[in-house]
Design a protein around this ligand. Structure first.
Ligand code: C2G
Length: 446
């Protein structure tokens, strides 16, 4: 008798799950299905699992393919299960290609082709809709988005668009999705769009996606002008569409905790914020070759402005930019100094100069400090006048962290409005305005 085992969360049971189980069963005579517990999913960073463990087990059973259902509750369990149940074949979807090769020391490992373009047909009775997402852009961040999206239940990336057909095709092959170089065809059948194209193309893409009735999650900086941000948010609001600027820090749990503590009064009244992010970038990359839209502020400024705008607001009395330029005239290091009625703040970013990346929030009773990479907040400290008194806080941050903004985007689409406070429209608009002022000062606008 050939024994097969497979694992999964099987949340919002759909035809991708059904087909996987069907083919796994066909590989042998006896199929064991391991269903993940809530605790294990939390530990491995899977977000927004909707169905309870009991419901997920029931759905696997209802498929009729499982001869036995077990629960998966810890990381090292697969190898011990394979031995315990005398398994001949370990089967899993091709989105895990390579990940479980280590099990081949114990049994055969087979990756089954993932099912493309799942819909909500099997979910109708549950009244749940899977968000079908298309991606515009095929660069580094778009490549991070796809695996991150698989860690959020209820979303399926189905399409990619790039006017350059070859790039679109390459990306689509890698991630087993469909590609388009015709934008109208791309929009057909999807519910929302993730935009990760070069900065200067964001405005037109967001506008067109909204006009096609799609919810939009756009990479930072969403736009480079205040008026553009206002127009887009107004249009989205009037048409009941969700528009999110994807500054991942704003949505990550550690940063949320840090803001909560800053606002709690523990460090007294906040009078100074200093946020610095530098990343030495390859001189041949777009960030350091695009004379009009490249440079440190457009690239990293959103992260550094975020804690300032969140804690001090957008009513600064004065703002000053000090930029250091390379031979092409592009800012490789920029300091933005804010003056507020209640205090001062600096946002410093560098692509060609290295400095200590740090977030410091200083108040009348103490200060909060988070070392780089504070923009993926996992750890921070609160210090007081008494140097021996230090409160330490930590929080997990999974993968590339995009899953948090994806989760919040999805929650808002599904009617849970509380996530909109993580980055409000007026905060996004304020940041677009600051970038616009900087580009004007640099004589980079028409
Ligand atoms: N799957 C698929 N097609 C889809 C979606 C999922 O073939 N469109 C497959 C996955 O590759 C996996 C199974 O269905 O083999 C279950 O998917 P999930 O419920 O998303 O579980 P997953 O997070 O992949 O967990 O220990 C758990 C395992 O590592 C897999």
């Amino acid at each position: 008798m050939t024994k097969v085992i497979t694992y999964g969360t099987f949340d919002l049971f759909h035809e991708g799950h059904y087909r996987l189980l069907q083919r796994a069963k066909e590989l042998g005579d006896y199929l064991i299905v391991g269903v993940t517990t809530e605790k294990y999913d939390m530990e491995r960073g899977k977000l927004n699992v909707v169905d309870s463990l009991m419901t997920r087990i029931e759905n696997v059973k209802k498929s009729g393919f499982a001869d036995e259902v077990i629960i998966e509750e810890s990381v090292g369990q697969k190898i011990s299960d394979v031995q315990k149940y005398h398994i001949d074949i370990f089967a899993i979807g091709s989105d895990w290609m390579g990940t479980f090769d280590y099990i081949s020391d114990y049994c055969q490992v087979i990756y089954l082709e993932r099912t493309k373009n799942i819909s909500s047909t099997m979910l109708r009775e549950q009244n749940w809709h899977i968000q079908k997402v298309g991606i515009i852009g095929t660069g580094r961040i778009a490549n991070r988005f796809v695996p991150e999206s698989k860690q959020v239940s209820g979303i399926d990336v189905q399409k990619v668009y790039n006017p350059n057909r070859t790039s679109a095709e390459k990306f689509a092959q890698k991630w087993e999705i469909d590609f388009y170089d015709d934008i109208e065809e791309f929009y057909r059948g999807i519910d929302s769009v993730y935009i990760a194209s070069p900065h200067q193309t964001h405005y037109e893409y967001v506008k067109s996606a909204l006009e096609h009735g799609k919810h939009v999650l756009c990479e930072k900086p969403m736009v480079l002008q205040k008026e553009q941000a206002e127009l887009l948010f107004t249009y989205a609001r009037q048409h009941n569409l969700v528009l999110f600027e994807g500054i991942k820090t704003a949505y990550c749990p550690g940063f949320e905790k840090l803001l909560g503590i800053a606002c709690s009064g523990i460090i007294g009244t906040i009078h100074y914020i200093d946020a610095c992010f530098t990343k030495l970038e390859d001189k041949n990359k777009r960030e350091l070759t695009d004379k009009k839209y490249g440079g440190s502020l457009t690239e990293l400024g959103s992260y550094c402005m975020l804690p300032i705008i969140k804690l001090f607001g957008n009513q600064y009395e004065d703002i000053r930019f000090d930029a250091v330029h390379d031979s092409k005239g592009l800012d490789i290091f920029t300091k933005v100094s804010f003056r507020y009625p209640r205090g001062a703040a600096t946002a410093t970013c560098g692509l060609g100069v290295k400095a200590e990346g740090r977030l410091l929030i200083a108040g009348t009773k103490g200060y909060i400090v988070a070392a780089a990479p504070w923009w993926k907040t996992t750890y921070f400290e609160v210090h007081y006048e008494n140097p021996s008194q230090i409160d330490k806080y930590s929080e997990r941050f999974f993968g590339d962290g995009l899953r948090y903004e994806i989760r919040d985007f999805l929650n808002v689409i599904n009617g849970d409005d509380k996530s909109v406070f993580k980055l409000t429209r007026s905060e996004s608009i304020a940041m677009a305005e600051i970038i616009e002022m900087f580009l004007k000062q640099e004589h980079r606008t028409e």
